[in-house]
Design a protein around this ligand. Structure first.
Ligand code: FES
Length: 95
């Protein structure tokens, strides 16, 4: 089982197969700025992947559109569209 670790708290949670960062984080009690209730359209669940960038899916066309629309930085991903397949560490500007 792989883990997602939340920085700076150091809290972590197991990622279930096929689960998004968003769903794992919510299950762990982490709070997102969320403008669409996980419906994948607002870009508010932006996270920065600090470690494990090579273990997540490549951005879908839907995610690429959101990344471009909201001017994400290089290592930022849409948490509700990102599926880890290994251990990762993530952060946001408000944790
Ligand atoms: S919660 Fe809106 S895009 Fe992820």
């Amino acid at each position: 089982m792989h883990k997602v670790k939340f920085i700076p708290s150091g809290k972590s949670v197991d990622i279930k197969p096929g689960e998004t960062i968003y769903n794992a984080a919510v299950r762990a009690g982490m709070v997102f700025y969320d403008g669409c209730d996980g419906k994948k359209c607002c870009g508010s669940c932006r996270v920065k992947v600090l470690h494990g960038q090579n273990t997540v899916n490549k951005p879908s066309e839907q995610e690429k559109t959101t990344i471009e629309k909201y001017h994400f930085q290089k290592d930022e991903r849409v948490a509700c569209l990102t599926y880890p397949k290994g251990d990762i560490q993530i952060t946001t500007s408000y944790w």
